[in-house]
Design a protein around this ligand. Structure first.
Ligand code: GLU
Length: 431
């Protein structure tokens, strides 16, 4: 299929809109509108799905270690619960906003739709900088947040999980707080827990496993061998570091990585084992070396496969034309703007979008919730086998849809991801 055809079919309705100036939330609305249009749904469906059904803003007082009280702002958004309870992570980050949490909850709906999980999307966030908080301050903040949102969450309502700068310890505190409020043990309230509290084998590395599966399938359809392929990974947090390990083990050459402070690049391949060994719990490792490259410079270095695994809006109208990769696999949420998506598609770059590539985490979260509900636990092999099946099928479903309709994989992900939610909403009589 020619890139020009994709562009035309994809963005017929985009002409009058300046794609580059859209916020992540507006961007999501734009693709939802296109996807529902392609599926032939009436405007009411877009009206229903263009915003979360519910958004709670909370203010959480936390006693800090120095005796002072600090008030933190947090959110929980629930996009749509026509298919089942809502599901999605909680991020702790200074840049969390209401708009971002809303967009992220909508992306969760798409992820769950693509992978056919019985959930709608949800997302939470707290404006804070966990890198500057003590262990006990983080515990008090985590518990305070659960108390603040307890009315609208629960194992059959809305099930949180880890996201940026939250981890299994935080999930453990949150599960404990929720169980105390309800007065019975509720492991199914939250996923991404430590194993001894009902976590699932394989959850910690599941996002990276999912990215690896999608990347492998994409490389195959693009005719690129993983063995010896040059890969750049932006971000060395949970997803980025496990991914570096899996791809290194599979024989790929990791030529570039980065963290919040800077980037490393070596065309001969980096010493991944050393870097993994020396990274701190926030994924920082470049500070061990003299300054080399910035994050921005890293993205446009020579490589076959580029994996943004950090934050939003990294690939934009400004740098898209300079990207050298043949495949872009989005392990982070929202790293590429719509304008950049257009530019890359025109260049013939195969884009595996965030809502597909990063869905491994929520798939294994679903397995965790199923295991909690039945009180019977699976081996890591069982978890991996099931994840492998779901994501391989999801990749090909999205890929085939994009080829059939001559659209890019972002739009086809939304088409595949939204169809079931629109149908469930219709059967419930909401539209
Ligand atoms: N925060 C992860 C995501 O964005 C995981 C969500 C979950 O496991 O529910 O997909």
């Amino acid at each position: 299929m020619k890139a020009e055809e994709v562009k035309q079919a994809n963005h017929q309705s985009n002409e009058s809109i300046n794609l580059e100036n859209l916020s992540v939330f507006e961007r999501t609305q734009q693709v939802i509108k296109q996807a529902l249009g392609k599926l032939g749904y009436e405007d009411e469906f877009y009206e229903l799905l263009k915003e979360p059904l519910r958004l709670l803003t909370v203010r959480i007082p936390v006693r800090m270690d120095d005796g002072s009280v600090k008030i933190f702002t947090g959110y929980r958004a629930q996009h749509n619960d026509s298919v089942g309870p809502t599901k999605g992570g909680i991020r702790f980050h200074p840049n969390v906003t209401e708009e971002e949490v809303k967009a992220l909850s909508m992306w969760m709906s798409i992820k769950c739709g693509i992978t056919n999980l019985p959930y709608g999307g949800g997302k939470g966030g707290i404006q804070c900088d966990p890198r500057e908080m003590s262990f006990r301050e983080l515990e008090r903040l985590s518990r305070g947040y659960v108390r603040a949102i307890s009315q609208i969450v629960g194992p059959t309502k809305d099930i949180p999980a880890p996201d940026v700068f939250t981890n299994s310890q935080i999930m453990g505190w949150m599960m404990d707080e929720y169980s105390r409020i309800r007065e019975f043990d509720s492991p199914g309230f939250i996923t991404g827990k430590p194993l001894v509290l009902g976590g699932s084998a394989g959850r910690e590395s599941s996002t990276a496993k999912g990215v690896t599966i999608c990347l492998r399938e994409a490389a195959e359809v693009a005719g690129i061998q993983i063995e010896g392929a040059r890969v750049i990974i932006q971000g060395f947090g949970n997803a980025g570091s496990f991914l570096a390990k899996f791809l290194h083990d599979a024989g790929a050459k990791i030529v570039g990585i980065s963290d919040a402070l800077g980037a490393l690049y070596d065309p001969e391949g980096l010493d991944i084992e050393y870097l993994l060994d020396r990274r701190d719990s926030f994924g920082t490792v470049t500070n061990l070396f003299p300054p080399q490259l910035t994050n921005k410079e890293l993205l446009v270095q020579e490589c076959d496969i580029l994996v943004p695994a950090a934050i939003e809006n990294q690939i934009t109208e400004e740098n898209a034309a300079e990207i050298k990769a043949k495949i872009l696999v989005e392990a982070a949420n929202g790293p590429t703007t719509l304008k950049a998506t257009e530019i890359l598609t025109e260049k013939g770059v195969l884009i595996v979008p965030d809502v597909l590539a990063s869905a491994g985490g929520v798939v294994v979260s679903y397995f965790e919730w199923v295991q909690n509900n039945q009180g019977y636990y699976w081996s890591e092999e069982e978890v991996e086998e099931k994840l492998e099946k779901i994501l391989t099928a999801s990749f090909h479903n999205v890929y085939d849809t994009s080829r059939r309709l001559k659209i890019d994989m972002r739009l086809s992900s939304y088409i595949v991801g939204l169809r079931r939610m629109a149908e469930a909403s219709r059967w419930r009589g909401w539209v």
